[in-house]
Design a protein around this ligand. Sequence first.
Ligand SMILES: NC(=O)CC[C@H](N)C(=O)O
Length: 266
Amino acid sequence: MPQPRVLVLRAPGTNCDEETAFAFEQAGAVAERVHVNRLIENPALKDRYQILCLPGGFSYGDDIAAGRILATKLRQHLSDLVDSFVHGKGDRLVLGICNGMQVLMRLGVLTEGLPSPVDAPATLTWNDHGRFEDRWVHLVVDKTPCVFLKDIERMYLPMAHAEGKFVAASDEVLQKMQAEGRLAIRYADGETGGIESDVLPFPANPNGADANVAGVCDATGRVFGLMPHPERHIEATQHPFWTRRDEQPEFGDGMPMFKNAVEWFA
Ligand SMILES: NC(=O)CC[C@H](N)C(=O)O
């Protein structure tokens, strides 16, 4: 099987790049962590990679708004890189995890093609309770073209964010995203495993996100951002109750996402 090469983009304040590169490597890819300044010095580096991954963390200290500065830096200095992964020949993938999703949202690549009644069709803002929240959440996958979520129905993953509440600018935006399968993954109730209301009460929906949205993709399904951390649950023993399970699954719930990305290039 061809081994895709992953560009794991680092910036000051990134703190999940090692785990994310490790997850891709475990899934069979070749992953390299590259600082954004190295790419600005040598933009041709981008041609070595098939997957662009923006990992979690606090790039530039979450100053102004989480993801804002790195997104501006990418737009100002590396728009060719972004364009080649997002559009190009349509033969590359983009994944943003947590702070990476925040960057992709600020760049606008996850909301392309949507009506924009205000300055953006949708955004990520502060959790309803106004605090950083760090714990595990139940997730359900919608019918979606998202390459990373192929054949995945549910996941149990850690979340760790303060600015993770997905908000759409209008019902029209939400409806169009839903119709296109772009509201790819949502928070679900831990007891029932379902989504019983438009906005599930806390703690099932940890931030008050519209339609319980935890991650969205573009219309092609090749560009995906999610707030929870799949790279933190790639091994069965990372599950908080692993010692109480009768049988251990082969992998943690996050692993199939990385494998799907690798297999897309097969
Ligand atoms: N885990 C992360 O990527 C941190 C998310 C982000 N900077 C926030 O707190 O909103």
